[in-house]
Design a binder for this molecule. Structure first.
Ligand code: ARG
Ligand code: ASP
Length: 707
């Protein structure tokens, strides 16, 4: 009874979140029955069994984890798959050269024989997910065992579950994932397909329209899609690439609705958000938003400025660094929105208020002291952790050092060292431009020398810095003497050269940094993180006990989730309001032949001039709670039909990985009708539409223009 008094007070004081705040949440499909009532109340017309079922084909069977960190969806009985342009980007880039610049010009297979294989690309279908908490903890006794023993029980039981799960069936992969910081464990079983071919990609002037200027922003006009096809063996099973593999026939694929969306419409996102931390303490939020984000932003600004200078000057360099630049820029911009969003929401203060109440409530319970434990370990960890973040953003980002490490490793461990080194060298030198790496080295290592506390810097680095007098002098020697700047020399290396390679200045420098990271930083960071992880298990349980009526969703971990919400505009700032739909008219407004990222294809200009497409929707906003990894996710309407492809969030709402604000958090989706328009009228690849299924009656051939 006593415990409920502060609770009531908290609710009145507004410190606690009301149960299931508007549209927040990334829900486990297997538990969607907990939410289905709310979803239906908000307009959804299907059932929990339609979303996820182990007995019959359900929507989940049309969704895949695409590569290592995106989502994709099936849209035909012949394995046709949609995802984002930026998710297919590195594959499109690998097929590109000045002669065949698919990044710039787009790529359209004109029949199945023209589809291009992609080494290393896989897609994973979730076969099933299962709560295995009881099995994973079998044999664990809280009274007699410590955490280490618990871990080994969890590990052994988990390994057994995984072995059993993959025992029968081709291409099966399984994992046991801790949810709620190890308060629950789920088994995920996937079928992994590895013959995935590129079918189509629009030119970057559509697929990446607006580039990094528009990235994370609204109003948005990016046609961020690419199209792939999954191939299988003759029995429809996963198989390595083989020319005679056949298109995969999925259990389920999405029908496409061309009816469009309107403000207020129900939307559901089915995909694989990568990582969120909604339940962390104020200390962690403060560290992220006030220290980590700003420091990393500054380091990346240095790199981006250097890349831009050379990319603007030379189209070949622009291709070489397109993918690298996009990924450096992407997090750089997200962190800015995140830090600002957290400051605007006053998340640190809100968490502190929550923690004061929690502490009071927790007195005399099993949760007493857990916040102190967390605070203590954060204080120990953070200086070392920050140094490790500096390492990742500086020495570890120098490409020459990355190559040196990879080659040294290949020579000492690969089965066929020369072949492995040859492959590494080919991939590296295709996309490496020495002046960028050279200048980045100086800028990054100078920042490292200046900003990382001297007592935490590696002794080796401090010594050579003293000896050579400046970072630039270290750089001169490194880039002047290392064999790794010379493609021919690298390709000629054999195992017999291992000792010489080890003595190379690039290997020595990278080894020194790595040793420092592993031996000086990681022991502290690792031990602290371990304590933090354990404390969070308790704190998470405590938060659930503290707010017994709230339905919690587990933090994202790249497993399949359902988010639902509705189409909605937002006000980014005082005096401004953004409606939720953008149209082709806006593309024409932004069109500018003098700016690379806004220079649209002439074909689009011509089509526009013919009239009738200015109201064609391009992108739309909704309130779905998404994260990195949700890119490429299907956006479904109330009937479970495909209306869009998710690809981004608005900048003012990127703190949703830590705190969701219904006023600012919006996901950005491509309107599926713009995809259809581009495929048919820009790509001339209307043959792809013939295998899709539409909810409206099929337009007569040749009459599709009026989409
Ligand atoms: N912001 C989106 C996401 O996080 C899209 C990134 C790709 N686009 C870019 N211009 N870098 O992945
Ligand atoms: N663009 C992100 C992705 O690639 C999605 C997001 O962060 O909202 O997954």
């Amino acid at each position: 009874m006593k415990k409920n008094l502060p609770l009531l007070f908290l609710l009145l004081a507004g410190v606690l979140s009301p149960v299931a705040r508007a549209d927040e949440g990334m829900w486990l499909p297997a538990l969607i029955s907990q939410r289905i009532g709310d979803m239906q109340a908000k307009g959804f017309r299907l059932t929990a069994e339609d979303i996820y079922s182990v007995n019959q084909a359900s929507l989940k069977d049309a969704v895949v984890l695409f590569g290592g960190g995106c989502t994709g969806e099936l849209v035909s009985a012949d394995g046709l798959l949609l995802t984002n342009h930026h998710c297919g980007y590195s594959y499109i880039q690998k097929h590109s050269s000045i002669a065949h610049d698919y990044l710039k010009d787009g790529f359209w297979a004109m029949d199945r024989s023209g589809e291009l294989p992609n080494k290393g690309l896989t897609v994973s279908f979730l076969d099933r997910m299962e709560d295995v908490t009881g099995i994973v903890l079998q044999g664990y006794d809280e009274r007699t065992m410590d955490e280490r023993q618990r871990d080994s029980v969890v590990h052994a039981n988990g390994a057994r579950l995984i072995r059993q799960a993959v025992a029968d069936g081709k291409g099966l992969r399984a994992s046991v994932e801790a949810l709620f910081y190890g308060n629950a464990y789920y088994l995920f079983v996937y079928r992994v397909f590895s013959d995935v071919r590129l079918v189509a990609a629009p030119p970057s002037s559509i697929g990446k329209f607006g580039g990094d200027t528009d990235n994370w922003m609204w109003p948005r006009h990016t046609g961020d899609f690419s199209i792939f096809r999954i191939y299988a063996d003759k029995d429809n099973n996963p198989a390595e690439y083989a020319p005679d593999n056949v298109p995969y026939h999925p259990k389920k694929f999405f029908r496409i609705s061309r009816a469009g969306v309107q403000e207020g419409d129900f939307t559901m996102i089915y995909g694989c958000p990568g990582s969120t931390k909604e339940y962390v303490t104020s200390d962690e939020v403060r560290y992220v938003s006030e220290t980590s984000d700003p420091r990393k932003i500054a380091l990346r600004t240095l790199r981006l400025d250097i890349q831009k200078k050379y990319m603007d000057a030379d189209p070949a360099v622009r291709i070489q660094y397109a993918s690298k630049n996009a990924s450096v820029a992407n997090a750089w911009k997200k962190w800015q929105g995140e830090a600002r969003g957290i400051a605007r929401m006053k998340t640190v203060a809100a968490k502190e208020a929550y923690e004061r109440c929690f502490r009071q409530w927790a007195e005399g319970t099993a949760y007493e002291g857990v916040l102190d434990t967390l605070a203590r370990w954060y204080a120990i960890r953070n200086p070392y952790y920050l140094a490790s973040e500096y390492y990742v953003e500086t020495a570890r980002s120098v490409e020459l050092l990355q190559l040196a490490a990879a080659v040294e490793n290949a020579l000492s461990t690969a089965k066929e060292p020369s072949a492995a080194v040859g492959e590494l060298a080919d991939a590296f030198f295709k996309d490496w431009y020495l002046p960028i790496d050279r200048e980045s080295f100086d800028a990054l290592m100078e920042a490292f020398a200046r900003e990382v506390p001297a007592e935490l810097q590696p002794a080796f680095f401090k010594e050579i810095l003293k000896e050579k007098g400046s970072v630039a002098a270290i750089g001169d020697e490194l880039f002047g003497q290392s064999l790794f700047t010379d493609a021919a020399r690298v390709k000629a290396l054999t195992k017999a050269d291992l000792e010489q390679v080890r003595q190379d200045p690039a290997c020595r420098l990278q080894r020194a940094f790595y040793a420092w990271y592993k031996e000086e930083l990681m022991p502290v960071v690792g031990a602290a993180n371990e304590r933090i992880r354990l404390a969070y298990r308790r704190y998470m349980r405590g938060q659930m006990a503290f707010e017994p009526d709230k339905v919690f969703y587990p933090d994202a971990n790249l497993t399949l989730r359902v988010a639902y919400g509705h189409v909605k505009g937002y006000s980014p700032a005082d005096g401004a309001y953004y409606p939720p739909v953008s149209t082709v008219k806006g593309i024409i407004e932004k069109d500018n032949p003098d700016i690379y990222d806004y220079d649209i294809p002439q074909r689009l200009r011509d089509l526009y001039a013919r009239g009738g497409i200015d109201t064609q929707p391009v992108c739309f906003l909704a309130t779905n709670h998404t994260s990195g990894g949700n890119s490429g996710s299907p956006v479904l309407n109330a009937d479970g039909d495909l209306v869009g492809i998710n690809f981004d969030r608005v900048w003012e709402g990127t703190m949703s990985d830590i705190a969701y604000d219904p006023a600012f958090c919006r996901n950005i989706s491509l309107d599926i009708r713009y995809l259809l328009f581009v495929v048919e009228h820009i790509g001339g690849a209307g043959w792809l539409l013939d295998e899709m299924q539409f909810t409206d009656p099929p337009a007569k051939k040749g009459k599709r223009r009026a989409i």
